[in-house]
Design a protein around this ligand. Structure first.
Ligand SMILES: C[S@@+](CC[C@H](N)C(=O)[O-])C[C@H]1O[C@@H](n2cnc3c(N)ncnc32)[C@H](O)[C@@H]1O
Length: 282
C-alpha cells in the first residue's frame, strides 16, 4: 500500500536520467511483462508527464482525455449533486486529479495506480483520500466495496488482459454501481500516432491486436500498449456482467488548441481520439 511505500518521500526518489532510445515494434507481451514495463515507464516518466500535462489536467478537474471533456459537464458518473457520500475507485489515477474533483463533490474516492512516482505526485498536490499502489488486474479490495469506478486512460490501455480488469471492477462494485473508463479510440490504431497530416493516413490494420511495444537493447519491454477493437471492448464489458449504457466519442472542441502526443486539433476534427465506455452493474 502506498502509505508504507511512500514513507521515504517525494524528493528522495529521483528519476535515473536519460536512457538509450528504445526500439518501437509490434509483438506479443503478456500480463507480467506489460505490468513490469508500465510500472517502470510511469515511474521514470511521471515527472515529465505531470510537467507537460498537469496544467491542462488541472489539479482538481476531472478530464476524460486530450479533447478536454470534463466530468463537470459530461456527468457520465451521474449528476455531480448525487456524488456526495459515494465511494469511488479511480483506476490508473496518476496524480489523482479526478479523485480530487470527486472529493470536492463530497464523494469518497480511493485513487489507485501502479506507479509509485505518479502517486507521489498525487501526494505532492495533496490528497485527503487513500492512495493505493496496485495493479488494475488484481484489485486489493473486498467484493462490493465501491458505488462507482472510473478511469481516465488509466490502466486499461496498458494491460494485456483487460477482460480481467473488467471482471475485477465488476467484483469490487456494488449492485447498482457504474464503471466509466476512457481509452484511446480503437480506430486510432490504424493510423500513425502523429499529430500532423501523416497521422491521417491509415497504415496498419485496425484488426491487428498485436501490442505496441518499446523494448530495450536486451529485448525487454519498457513500454507497452494493448489494442482492442470496439467490438472486443463491448464483448469484454458484457462478459464481465456489465450493461453498456453509452459509448461516448468526444468531439474536438473549438477552444482546444493543444496537442497531446498524437492528439491534435487537426486529427480531432476528422477522427475520434477517445472512447469512453459507460457500464452499469445491475
Ligand atoms: C495516461 S496516465 C493517466 C493518468 C490519469 N488518469 C490522468 O488522466 O492523468 C496512465 C496511468 O495508468 C497507470 N497504469 C498503467 N498500467 C497500470 C496498471 N496495470 N494498473 C494500474 N495503473 C496502471 C500509469 O501508472 C499512469 O499513471
Amino acid at each position: 500500500m502506498i502509505q508504507d511505500a511512500m514513507s521515504d518521500g517525494f524528493r528522495e526518489e529521483r528519476s535515473t536520467g536519460p536512457e538509450p532510445e528504445p526500439e518501437a515494434t509490434r509483438r506479443g507481451a503478456g500480463t507480467t511483462e506489460s505490468s513490469r514495463a508500465s510500472r517502470g515507464w510511469w515511474d521514470r516518466n511521471a515527472d515529465e508527464y505531470q510537467a507537460e500535462h498537469g496544467a491542462f489536467l488541472g489539479d482538481d478537474r476531472f478530464v476524460w482525455g486530450p479533447e478536454g471533456l470534463d466530468e463537470q459537464d459530461a456527468a457520465l458518473l451521474g449528476p455531480a449533486v448525487r456524488l456526495a457520500g459515494r465511494t469511488v475507485l479511480e483506476i490508473g489515477a496518476g496524480a489523482a486529479q479526478c479523485s480530487r474533483w470527486l472529493a470536492a463533490q463530497g464523494a469518497r474516492p480511493v485513487a489507485l495506480d501502479l506507479s509509485h512516482r505518479q502517486l507521489l505526485h498525487a501526494r505532492r498536490i495533496g490528497a485527503g483520500f487513500p492512495l493505493v499502489q496496485a495493479d488494475a488486474g488484481a484489485l486489493p479490495f473486498a467484493d462490493g466495496s465501491f458505488d462507482l469506478a472510473c478511469s481516465a486512460y488509466g490502466g486499461v490501455p496498458f494491460v494485456a488482459d483487460s477482460a480481467r480488469v473488467m471482471r475485477e471492477v465488476h467484483r469490487v462494485l456494488r449492485r447498482g454501481g457504474r464503471w466509466v473508463f476512457s481509452v484511446t479510440h480503437p480506430v486510432r490504431w490504424a493510423f500513425p500516432d502523429e499529430p500532423g497530416p501523416e497521422g491521417l493516413t491509415a497504415v496498419s490494420s485496425y484488426f491487428d491486436r498485436t501490442p505496441y511495444v518499446e523494448q530495450d537493447e536486451a529485448g525487454r519491454a519498457v513500454y507497452v500498449e494493448h489494442h482492442r477493437t470496439l467490438g472486443d471492448r463491448v464483448r469484454e464489458i458484457a462478459a464481465a456482467g456489465f450493461r453498456l449504457v453509452d459509448l461516448v466519442e468526444p468531439e474536438w472542441p473549438q477552444w482546444n488548441d493543444q496537442e497531446w502526443g498524437g492528439w491534435s486539433p487537426l486529427r480531432g476534427a476528422l477522427l475520434p481520439g477517445t472512447a469512453i465506455f459507460v457500464c452499469d452493474r445491475d
